[in-house]
Design a protein around this ligand. Structure first.
Ligand SMILES: [Zn+2]
Length: 831
């Protein structure tokens, strides 16, 4: 009995030690020696890896210390996050390779150039492996394992490591998301007990809104690899194309009760543009992970979840670039230790699994080196064969009425090393020849796809980029109008045509017009919007043209001119001088020019609000339009003084956290405020009588679905993210700045609002009868969606309620629909 008791006590001590402080020997291979001149993580951090969650500044300090101490490592800073943290990249290889690194890089790049690749000496060429950690900041065992991986690569001794570093260049990205990592570390370290509790109810394991997953503006950065709208992604994509790695790894965490996942994911959900051999190689690499995990006794699985469909994810992006992307998912302790279906899950255990997967990746790469290098070479060679068969030889794109947005699109292509040229027929357009190395990525960006092998998607099923940007594009079957290559596209400079004593005019179609208008109103200058088109000096001005009278303003003629000149130059918006008020159509003194008010905007944030949607709006206003916003916490909403806001934006929410604030919000609108609601908030606004909406109900499905297929069946009825077409009424203020009668909308909800009955007025925005442009939707849902409306307004007292069923600001790359929100903000009162 006593023996058993002692044993139990010993086990308990062992358990609590492993939960609190693991020895280096817990993590590192013990059959080799380590160079004592290399600082251990503990010697720099002041604690053992796993004991605390590393903050980003300490992580950066350690990486720099390693680079200082080891001739195997160099470090560069590629920029900063929104919160000013460095975006470090370590290059890890043998000292000999370091002396030759530029030659190695340029030789390696030959593999992705089919015209040059046959001269590349694959036999003697190092493999390039990009290892990146914790793109989701609250999935930190990756970045914490990275401390140990870097230490191992710097300090390990013996034949294996010598050979590995001779034959591999490791691009080591210690933290994909420094701001998120730090936010999470701060939360769990703040709440850590001295006597660690694994009780899942502890506050340590219940992160506060918006949690640490995302970056500063609450973006999921693991959706930004293709479009690259965020600084962290931009730095990373640059490194990627500088090297074109053969393997790229992406270390994540998932639910506490799971085990460890490594790719391949679900085979039927691989993007059709990805070669079959990619998944076969991924599977071969997986055998190395399996072997390593068997050795340490950790459970794992593959092929049953996650996928390789959306190229905007880190583990899928390499697949369209001749490499192999690999996703790792470790059950999360989401803190220092939690109870789970697999027993007590400690942070060190999670770290050790990621460490193990990082090393098994390198072992696989070393053994499969020539296969992977040849795969890359053939990927680009085969793409050239596909180009030859493609009847389309070029894509023409551009929008003369929106040069700044065309620039943003071109900039994105350039970031992804897609070449484009001047278009000899029209100087505001560009042309992309298909015959270039990144042909497959061009396909991945431009294609519209409506047929799928599977009906379930881990993420969006469509991202057709010219539709997202609302950029005109067309395919050409020849290259006869391809001019010289454009290598340095620059932001367009707007101009003021002349100095005026009477008035200035600018049309609303350029992307940055909301920024221009804000600057004008902020300076205390009066401006008006044209509710009808007119013609002046032979030029026609469309709905939504902004008119700024010169007389009786706070600025004199000269100051006004100089202010407008500065704004025009910074935004790409052209401003015209008008010296008469007499037009063909509405004269400038007409009451069809309506006075505009300086917006003062609040966004609802905090518990109950979808942080992605809120962050997208915050980012849009704060970083693109220079419009200040107040982030209004739902917990204070019932007692906040709302009277000064011209508009309050309610991002996607069930409304459960708004109950106590219903009265305050109603009073706000009734007294003249504008409330703009998105997605699920429509249901709450309808229930609480802010607006009357008639929803199409989904009928219960009654098919004979087997138990193990239920989840798939339900999943098929989701709209994970696809693109649909709506007609717009160009005379309605919501459409100001749009030149076509149709618009592409992104949708990831199943909220179907019936149109207003015929006989009242035209619906401002209405889905076409058969609206699918690109992506997956079930037949039943497509039928339901046709003819419904994505937008509606209602009067309430002196105020307005404006609702959108869909997200107009999705992930910072849906430039095409940002103006819908800006129109609601500026012109909501006139709707
Ligand atoms: Zn993740």
């Amino acid at each position: 009995m006593k023996k058993i008791f002692t044993f139990v006590i010993l086990c308990f001590i062992a358990l609590s030690i492993s939960a609190q402080k693991a020895d280096l020997s817990y993590y590192l291979p013990q059959d080799i020696s380590y160079n004592e001149a290399i600082p251990t993580p503990e010697s720099i951090l002041g604690f053992q890896v796993g004991e605390w969650h590393v903050s980003h500044d300490k992580l950066a300090e350690y990486m720099k210390a390693l680079a200082n101490a080891s001739d195997r490592i160099s470090v560069e800073n590629r920029g900063t996050t929104y919160e000013g943290r460095p975006l470090l990249l370590l290059t890890i290889t043998s000292a000999k390779n370091h002396q030759n690194i530029e030659t190695i890089r340029t030789e390696h790049l030959k593999l992705s150039d089919a015209t040059n690749s046959s001269t590349a000496a694959v036999e003697n060429m190092p493999l390039v492996v990009y290892q990146g950690y914790s793109i989701h900041g609250n999935e930190p065992s990756g970045a914490n394992a990275g401390l140990l991986v870097a230490y191992y690569l710097a300090a390990a001794e013996g034949d294996y490591i010598t050979e590995l570093l001779d034959t591999t260049v490791i691009l080591f990205d210690p933290s994909y998301n420094p701001d998120g990592l730090n936010r999470f570390a701060s939360w769990v370290n703040t709440h850590k007990n001295q006597i660690i509790t694994s009780d899942n109810n502890d506050r340590e394991y219940d992160e506060a809104w918006p949690r640490g997953r995302t970056n500063h503006y609450w973006f999921d950065m693991n959706r930004d690899w293709l479009v690259g709208q965020l600084p962290e992604s931009q730095a990373r994509i640059k490194s990627f194309h500088q090297w074109k790695p053969n393997i790229l790894t992406d270390h994540h965490e998932m639910g506490t009760n799971s085990s460890f996942f490594f790719q391949p994911g679900i085979p039927s959900r691989t993007h059709p543009l990805t070669p079959k051999l990619n998944q076969k190689l991924t599977k071969e690499i997986a055998t190395y992970h399996a072997k390593a995990f068997d050795k340490i006794g950790s459970l794992y699985y593959s092929e049953e979840s996650f996928d390789d469909f959306y190229y905007g994810k880190g583990s899928t992006f390499p697949d369209i670039n001749g490499g192999i992307g690999i996703l790792f998912e470790q059950a999360s302790a989401r803190g220092h230790s939690q109870n789970s279906d697999n027993g007590v899950l400690t942070f060190p255990f999670a770290i050790r699994n990621h460490f193990t997967a990082a090393l098994s990746t390198l072992r696989a790469g070393k053994n499969m080196r020539t296969d992977l290098l040849n795969y890359q070479r053939n990927f680009y060679k085969n793409a050239q064969k596909e180009v030859a068969k493609d009847k389309n030889k070029a894509i023409v794109f551009g929008d003369a009425a929106d040069k700044a947005k065309t620039f943003r699109f071109a900039e994105m292509l350039q970031r992804q090393k897609i070449k484009f040229h001047k278009y000899t027929k029209n100087e505001s357009n560009y042309v992309i020849p298909m015959n270039q190395p990144n042909y497959r990525m061009i396909k991945g960006m431009f294609e519209k796809r409506t047929k799928f092998q599977d009906s379930l998607f881990y993420d969006v099923s469509a991202w057709t980029l010219p539709l997202a940007f609302d950029i005109d594009y067309s395919y050409a079957t020849n290259t006869s109008n391809v001019g010289s290559e454009v290598t340095d596209v620059t932001f367009p400079q707007g101009k003021v045509s002349a100095k005026s004593n009477y008035a200035y005019l600018f049309e609303w179609d350029e992307y940055y017009t909301p920024k221009v208008l804000y600057h004008i109103l902020k300076a205390g200058i009066r401006a008006k919007v044209a509710m009808k088109p007119f013609t002046l000096n032979g030029k026609s001005y469309d709905y939504g043209t902004i008119m700024i009278p010169v007389q009786n303003q706070k600025k004199n003629t000269n100051d006004m001119h100089s202010m407008l000149t500065t704004i025009a130059a910074a935004t790409g918006v052209n401003i015209d001088a008008a010296n008469t008020g007499l037009t063909v159509g509405i004269d400038l003194g007409s009451s069809n020019f309506r006075a505009l008010k300086l917006p003062k905007i609040a966004i609802l944030v905090g518990d109950g609000i979808n942080s992605y949607d809120a962050g997208e709006i915050w980012h849009l206003l704060d970083t693109r339009y220079d419009i200040p916003v107040t982030k209004l916490s739902t917990k204070n909403l019932s007692r906040a003084d709302l009277t000064s806001y011209t508009a309050i934006i309610m991002p996607n929410t069930s409304g459960n956290s708004l109950k106590s604030a219903t009265k305050n919000l109603k009073t706000y609108v009734q007294n003249g405020g504008t409330l703009i609601g998105y997605r699920n908030s429509l249901k709450w606004l309808n229930t609480n009588k802010f607006i009357k909406l008639d929803f199409k109900k989904s009928k219960g499905e009654t098919k004979n679905v087997a138990f193990d297929q239920r989840q798939n069946f339900r999943g098929a009825q989701f709209i994970g993210g696809a693109i649909f077409e709506a007609e717009i009424d160009r005379t309605h203020p919501i459409s100001f700045g749009y030149n076509d009668t149709k618009i592409a909308l992104f949708r990831n909800t199943t909220i179907f609002v019936k149109p207003d009955s015929i006989g009242t007025y035209k619906n401002a925005l209405q889905y076409t009868k058969n609206p699918l442009l690109s992506g997956y939707i079930s037949k039943e849902n497509l039928k339901k969606l046709g003819g419904t409306i994505p937008f509606k307004t209602a009067n309430m007292g002196k105020g307005k309620v404006i609702v959108f069923t869909d997200n107009t600001n999705f992930r910072a790359f849906w430039y095409g629909t940002n103006k819908l929100l800006m129109n609601a903000i500026y012109f909501g009162k006139m709707m």
